[in-house]
Ligand binder design. Structure first.
Ligand SMILES: NC(=O)c1ccc[n+]([C@@H]2O[C@H](COP(=O)([O-])OP(=O)(O)OC[C@H]3O[C@@H](n4cnc5c(N)ncnc54)[C@H](OP(=O)(O)O)[C@@H]3O)[C@@H](O)[C@H]2O)c1
Length: 221
């Protein structure tokens, strides 16, 4: 990834996309927040601009993000993923696409991991985006922590991809988050384990009124 690449976020107005975008911008990356509505993207950018006196953060429609940026994060709710990816798949061809999508639903206040026919949200994204390279990661860190620029992210980020370059780009981005170790989680087929873990962490958060995350022990990095 060239230092001049724009890092884009489809669905970047939500806390996860916005939080990651802000953190990357704080570390010198140029980021673009995408939305279905330009006005909503601009409002989201203005919310974080005060924390980024020298950062490059701009707003765009999701289609502009898909055209201009590489890599492109997908940070929409799982229910929205297939429609938006079908819409943007031609624009996303030959790009690195990074899914942070965790298919989780709340049933009577309990987070439940949803079954996905393709095996996981990441595998579904790769099926739809058959001309893109896809990685997945960042499922197990709290958006609230990301949005606090002073908070250390006490977590590992496990990254999955079947493409070594796309995996390495994603791991390099993860390492920009203060406190994070990037861990190679293997192929995209393993992403479902991290996606499922998100539901468990959300339930633990409720019990402990906390922002839980994960650390992998027993490995040397
Ligand atoms: N929040 C967390 O702590 C966290 C942690 C790890 C992973 N994740 C994953 O990251 C993803 C984003 O999380 P989030 O909490 O930021 O989600 P969110 O706030 O619910 O949604 C993010 C954005 O997606 C867009 N969106 C919503 N419905 C859509 C639809 N039907 N079609 C197209 N776009 C739609 C919206 O943007 P516009 O209205 O501006 O288009 C919205 O602001 C989710 O898949 C989640 O599982 C979240």
């Amino acid at each position: 990834m060239s230092s001049e690449s724009l890092v884009g976020f489809i669905g970047g107005t939500g806390p996860e996309g916005l939080g990651l975008a802000m953190r990357f911008a704080l570390r010198g990356k140029k980021v673009v927040i995408g939305s279905r509505s330009l006005a909503k993207a601009e409002t989201a950018v203005s919310k974080i601009r005060s924390k980024l006196p020298n950062g490059y953060v701009s707003a765009g429609l999701n289609s502009d993000v898909a055209d201009k940026c590489n890599p492109v994060f997908i940070s929409v709710p799982y229910e929205a993923q297939s429609t938006i990816l079908e819409e943007l798949k031609v624009r996303l061809a030959n790009k690195n696409v990074i899914s942070v999508v965790a298919p989780v639903k709340f049933t009577k206040g309990v987070a439940v991991s949803q079954r996905v026919p393709a095996g996981s949200a990441a595998l579904e994204a790769a099926q739809i985006l058959d001309k893109s390279t896809v990685a997945a990661g960042f499922h197990n860190i709290s958006a609230r922590d990301l949005l606090d620029p002073d908070a250390m992210i006490d977590s590992d980020v496990i990254v999955f991809s079947d493409n070594s370059e796309c995996k390495s780009i994603t791991m390099d981005l993860a390492k920009l988050l203060n406190g994070v170790r990037a861990i190679d989680g293997g192929g995209l087929v393993n992403a479902k384990y991290a996606e499922d873990l998100t539901a468990l962490l959300l339930n633990i958060n409720k019990t402990y009124k906390a922002h839980s995350a994960i650390r992998i022990t027993g490995i040397k990095i």
